[in-house]
Design a protein around this ligand. Structure first.
Ligand SMILES: Nc1ncnc2c1ncn2[C@@H]1O[C@H](COP(=O)(O)OP(=O)(O)OP(=O)(O)O)[C@@H](O)[C@H]1O
Ligand SMILES: [Mg+2]
Length: 238
């Protein structure tokens, strides 16, 4: 199926032999907004890194569009990943930050200019092209990071705790901005967070991770109405 992500029995061990991810099975219909929620150390980032191709599973299969991804290098997967610190290039202006992935893809100048313009408009940053990253607020930086990630039209968008470096008030506002932009797009999205309010706001489907396993999967309503056990209940603050 087009742009469907499937994980089958994914296992990941680290050097000391400890199992970080255990038999992860997941099927994401195209366009799904998935939140991955779990306490620190539960394996959320590792899961994203495996999907992105920055790590390899010890066993199990990752399929995208019906194709096994295990031997496909990260840059060929056409997945977009946004990190906690945004990882913008401080020496480049906003335009060139957003253009970066397009240049890497070998797009011509006119194509780049038009796509960057589209991204500036999508993220409400019209007129910001020549601004320098250092002169932007936290919220503006976040929107540049999102624009840069979306510019190459990734088939899958992954965000790893995209708000956690911001203060609480800003976080709330930006969560709304971010989810508004993403919900406009018909792109499969994985949003990682340890904050249940963020997970509920960002996802139409949620998986709760505990010690490398999916403890429960469901819609926000299902999780609230039928938490699987006391641990889930407590973790969700119910
Ligand atoms: N390269 C590595 N080598 C060994 N252990 C690792 C490595 N990367 C992560 N781990 C361990 O794997 C476990 C899961 O880590 P991971 O970063 O995926 O958790 P997380 O859910 O993203 O946590 P957080 O909410 O703190 O970001 C942790 O116990 C971590 O110490
Ligand atoms: Mg993490």
């Amino acid at each position: 199926m087009e742009n469907e992500l499937v994980l089958e029995y994914i296992n990941k061990k680290f050097d000391d032999g400890s199992l970080i991810l255990k038999d992860i099975n997941l099927r994401l219909q195209p366009g799904t907004k998935l939140s991955v929620l779990g306490p620190s150390g539960s394996g959320k980032t590792t899961l994203l890194r495996l999907i992105a191709g920055l790590e390899n599973p010890d066993s199990g299969t990752i399929l995208f569009n019906g194709q096994p991804m295990n031997d496909c290098p990260a840059h060929k997967r056409n997945f977009g990943m946004m990190f906690q610190e945004f990882a913008l290039f401080p020496h480049l202006n906003v335009f060139n930050n957003i253009a970066f992935g397009l240049k890497m893809k070998g797009m011509d100048k006119a194509g780049i200019a038009s796509r960057v313009k589209e991204m500036l408009s999508l993220t409400g940053l019209e007129g910001f092209g020549t601004r320098h990253i250092d002169d932007l607020s936290g919220g503006e930086r976040q929107r540049v990071a999102l624009a840069r990630t979306l510019a190459p039209q990734p088939g899958l968008l992954m965000l790893d705790e995209p708000l956690s470096s911001l203060d609480r008030i800003l976080r709330k506002r930006l969560l709304k901005e971010l989810t508004d932009i993403i919900s406009e797009l018909n792109i499969t999205t994985i949003f990682v967070t340890h904050d249940h309010e963020e997970a509920f706001a960002a996802g139409d489907m949620i998986i709760i991770m505990k010690q490398g396993e999916i403890e429960q999967k469901g819609t926000p309503d299902e999780l609230v109405q039928t938490p699987k056990n006391e641990w889930v209940k407590e973790f969700l603050g119910l």
